[in-house]
Design a protein around this ligand. Sequence first.
Ligand code: DP6
Length: 361
Amino acid sequence: MTEQHFIPKEYKISKEKGQVTWESPSNIALVKYWGKKKHQIPENPSISLTLNNCKTITTLSYSKKESGNDFSFEVFLDGEKKDDFKPKIKTFFERVEAYLPFLKDFHFKIETSNTFPHSSGIASSASGMSAMALCLLSLEKLNNPEITDLYFYQKASFLARLGSGSACRSIEGDLIVWGETKAVNGSSDLFGVKYPYQVHEIFKEYQDTILLVDKGEKQVSSTVGHNLMYEHPYAENRFKQAHENLEKLKPILESGDLDQFIALVESEALTLHAMMMTSMPYFILMKPNTLEIINKIWNFRKNTGLHIGFTLDAGANVHILYPKNEAKVILEFIKNELVVYCQNEQYICDQIGFGANQIKE
Ligand code: DP6
């Protein structure tokens, strides 16, 4: 399949105005996407858990205007006008215009809010861009109600990817693969696909408690971060390793071997940070409290034999992953021993989820 598949035949939307609302979740990668080529094509495959509680809710109001040369839109976050979001959205519109040919025929009002605290350091680009892609694609569906669910979800993921790579993994759940790899049948660089193999029951209700260690502005934007992989001395091996890790994950997900699961996921997280520490320029995105938490998790795991593990994104926050049947004791441990390392003792309890939902037409 190529990009052509998502270029529609010429169409005009007859509806003059209306509104559509989607909620879309965030996701957390187990095998990390780090490094991209032109047009948001990943250098390596990744797989993520879709989250359930951390999400963005976006309402798109559209009204017909004279078709001009420019995009016309305004953005609000929690009811407040956000002109600083506009450049990112404009870039997104430019990237998707070929696939959504009506964009310049409308004025859009984009109203968005997140269920997680703003500037918590949790990436809102995955949930935000996927919600926006879904709202826009709903307009195409108005005119083409016969498009299949498969096409709709693939195209939504394709469009979301053009907004933010990891956003393409937020449309559906519960485990999503993005990036072509021999390890996963049907995988694609263009959109996320549902993980197609057997998954052990233990993962069906997997928990993710997010410790908000540092809520500050991101030290490195994701684009700058991905670009660091261009002339990176270890890039080639890292990309190869991601394919291998996806292959290794298959029997682990099938058997529910949590020790191996934790080893693979923690190694991926530390590898991501190792890539940042060994690029030029180099960054350390963990904070002292990130390391305190990691060491406490390792000690607790050793002492109790419980299946608690962590992963990290490109920042200082820690995602603690564990099975639901161990949640009681692990949550106690988190509250009693780890929350002190969080900014304002903030943390978010989340778990594996099943993707985006349309709330209103
Ligand atoms: C570290 O998806 O935010 O979270 O495509 O430039 O928007 P852009 O990058 P983004 O990168 C996320 C990278 C990561 C790992 C991951 O989610 O796989």
